[in-house]
Structures are given as structure tokens and as C-alpha cells.
Design a protein. Structure first.
Length: 261
């Protein structure tokens, strides 16, 4: 059952607002302990949503297996190139967060201009809006799950961005306003995506595969390498457990979604 444009835009706006508010709250706390399980859970949810939901839905929409893997490979390479140009960025690192990096990492990054973060986030949020729209056009439940996946991985990223902006000397209230402006791009992306994909149904399976490529890239190229930096046995067990919990959650929702078809 296709959803309406209003539902898509409300979901996009609500998801963005939740991520920004959660990031604003976490950035004022001891973030390392709070973000570690969030990163692990995000990894499981992103992998599960990509492999258990988005790719199967693309096949159900009539995409050939060979074409699916061509678009998936192209999408992974595309996001790699975007990240090389610092457009598709996921900053989860911050001073005193428990991760190892050179002293002054954030101050150096902040010195390159906090507004560049807002521009990069706007582009990334616009793409997220497109992904949300494509998922909702397939099924309301798939749209909600995709929105949840995006929110979970946006919280650590937005928290890192908040800290970089504040290290650049920007007040918390202004940082929230800047992130809200960047978040508005997600609503714009959702509106344009819904309008475009509604008219061009044959493009929808490709959009689903690119959404899957986005989730896979974030999980494998960004989140998992972060977790490999903490190799204590207890931390590793918690990571595996939390990732598994994310996959199991998505698998359960996938079975519910299947029964509604």
C-alpha cells in the first residue's frame, strides 16, 4: 500500500528532529558511553534493513539479479567517491570520546569551517529524504523502518557534528539552528523523491538498491571500523550482542512485513 506525501514528509521531518534533539542532548553528556551501544545497534539495523528489506523489495519490484548487483556495486563506489570529497561524511569522532586519534583532531577539523559541516549534512540529509520517500512508496512499514534506520545512524553523526561546531566557537543554540536548517533538506528530499518516484515507478527499484548501498557503506566503511578500535573482550561481546539485536529486530519486522503482503 502506497503512502501519501503528507505521511512521507511528516516521517522525514520527525526523524530529522529526533536525531538533532538526541544529538544535542548527548553532546552535553559523557558521550562515549552513550554512543557506543548506539553505533553497534545502528550497524545491525543498517545491515538488516539493507539485506533483509531493501534488496528483497527491489527484486520483488521486478529488478533482475544481475542488474541489482550492478547497481549495488555502482552505489558502493559512488558513496566512496562522495566521501572522498567530504560530501557523504559521518563524523562520529570527538575529543575525549574514547577513540584514539591525534591531539587536536576536532579543533583542526573545526578550523576548516563549521559551515562546511552544515553544507555536507544538507546534502546527506537530502539524500536521506530521497531514501525515505522511495521506501514509503513501496510500503508504509518499510518506510517507517527505513526512517528508523536513518535516525539511529544519524544520532552519532549529528552528535559529532555538534561538538565540532562548538569547538569552532559556535554557541549551542546557534548550532541547533544550523543543524535544523541542514535537516530541512531531508524534508525537501522526501518531497522531491515522492514526486519523482511516483511518476517514474520503473526507477523505484534502483532507488531501493541505492538506499541499500548507502546503508551497507555506512555500516561497513564507517561504523564497523570504529568498533574494531575497541578490542577488550567485554566490549567486543557487547558489540556483537548489540549488532545481533539490531539484525534480529529488523528480521522480526521483516517477517511482519512479509505477512502483510
Amino acid at each position: 500500500m502506497h503512502s501519501s506525501l503528507l505521511i512521507v514528509m511528516v516521517a522525514s521531518a520527525t526523524g530529522t528532529a529526533l536525531a538533532i534533539l538526541a544529538a544535542a542532548w548527548l553532546s552535553s553528556r559523557s558521550i562515549a558511553r552513550a554512543l557506543e551501544p548506539m553505533v553497534s545497534l545502528s550497524t545491525g539495523v543498517l545491515l538488516g534493513t539493507s539485506l533483509l528489506h531493501l534488496l528483497p523489495e527491489a527484486l520483488d519490484k521486478g529488478m533482475e539479479y544481475h542488474d541489482l548487483f550492478i547497481w549495488l556495486l555502482g552505489g558502493l563506489l559512488f558513496f566512496f567517491v562522495l566521501e572522498k570529497f567530504a560530501i557523504f561524511r559521518h563524523s562520529h569522532h570527538h575529543e575525549h570520546d574514547g577513540h584514539h586519534h591525534e591531539h587536536g583532531f576536532d579543533r583542526h577539523e573545526a578550523g576548516r569551517g563549521g559551515l562546511l559541516i552544515v553544507v555536507g549534512d544538507s546534502i546527506h540529509n537530502f539524500a536521506d529524504g530521497l531514501l525515505i520517500a522511495s521506501a514509503f512508496l513501496v510500503d508504509v512499514q518499510l518506510g517507517l523502518l527505513t526512517t528508523l534506520s536513518i535516525v539511529l545512524h544519524e544520532i552519532p553523526q549529528q552528535t559529532g557534528d555538534f561538538l565540532v561546531l562548538m569547538n569552532a566557537g559556535i554557541a549551542r543554540a546557534k548550532a541547533i539552528r544550523l543543524m535544523a536548517v541542514a535537516g530541512a533538506a531531508a524534508v525537501l528530499g522526501a518531497f522531491l523523491g515522492f514526486t519523482l518516484f511516483s511518476q517514474l515507478q520503473h526507477v523505484l527499484p534502483i532507488a531501493l538498491v541505492l538506499a541499500s548501498a548507502s546503508f551497507l557503506y555506512v555500516a561497513v566503511a564507517d561504523l564497523i571500523p570504529q568498533m574494531q578500535q575497541r578490542l577488550a573482550l567485554r566490549s567486543s561481546i557487547m558489540q556483537v550482542t548489540t549488532i545481533t539485536a539490531g539484525v534480529v529486530l529488523v528480521a522480526y519486522l521483516a517477517s511482519v512485513l512479509h505477512h502483510h503482503h
